[in-house]
Design a protein around this ligand. Sequence first.
Ligand SMILES: Cc1ncc(COP(=O)(O)O)c(C=O)c1O
Length: 383
Amino acid sequence: MTDEFLPFSRPVISQEAIADVVSCLESGWITTGPKVAQFTEALKTYLQSPYALPLASATAGLQLALVGMGIKSGDEVITTPLTFAATLNTIVLAGGTPVLVDIDPHTFNMDINKLEDAITEKTRVIMPVHFAGLPVDLDPLYDMAITRHLRVIEDAAHAIGTEYKGNRIGSFGDTQVFSFHPTKNITTGEGGCVTTRDTELAKTINLLRFHGMDREAWNRYGKQGCQDYEIVMPGYKYNMMDIQAALGIHQLNELDDFIYRRCELAERYQEALSDWPQWTLPAAPAYAHRHAWHIYTPLINENIAGMTRDEFMQAMKERNIGTGLHYRAVHLYPYYRDKFGFCSGDFPCAEEVAERIVSLPLFPAMTDAEHDKVLDVMYSIFH
Ligand SMILES: Cc1ncc(COP(=O)(O)O)c(C=O)c1O
């Protein structure tokens, strides 16, 4: 093996996918059109959802789901501090107020036992994040949401292909948002998708994603198309392009194989690192019928390792191995401290995990030899 830099993630794109993207580019129609329509049907089938709406990103999906549910100033949306900033940013951009619930220190997901205390008269939505592709314990969460008349938007950016108690995320519940960013379980370059069982919400998101226009642009220019349209609400420009969908159709076909390999690699880490005192390994509770292992995230035990997480990441980089940081605790970013008065100590479990967590290389095309090399390099850093 050459000593090239090994990134923490790399997308796997087949020659067939490349050929289809090229033929889309040559077809004369490259923005939203027949490929997006085909991808939409494929997503509905895979996710077993009555509605699937491909979009420019998951960030767009979170925002449109919140706007579509009518979030307004003063409404509270409950989520987790251990997430990407987009989860909280979209709540703020939609006009809501983020309310945070600390994580479970073993699963890194929102601690459902602490959820009830965070619900107030102003709560409208619960927005759990399926961290790393491990499902949140959804039964008690939905029980609470139904009892308290709250909507649920699952931030499933990490979780396409994840299963909770044998049911695929997206196939039940209220509303889900998936990401197709290049590090995710499938990619369309950038991209995302909302699934929902709510017909009115699906109609609203369909309008909001394209200017609030009551007809699809691609119908407008075809022979059968109608040039005219109405604007029925002020919308955004969050549609997915056919170029992206041409790639997404192939990626979705390969998703189960990708997850199979992700699981193999995660298992390999779990086995190899189980007796290393330098690490506390991520949990995979029984309700996680299928963990999609979008990322593999152990916690460093600083005292035994003799270094901080940041020092470990630097040492890996110097030895040509990339790692990732998912995530710093969002409430401690300057905007959230200043605007909402969050401070250190508010969410101790998330804060501790955020100091110790590291994402090791994991992607479907990673070979056993590359995996062994990561472990060898890690060993050499500690000995
Ligand atoms: C938990 C979470 N939510 C939302 C997003 C936003 O996804 P996108 O990049 O597709 O907008 C990400 C992306 O990393 C994420 O990790």
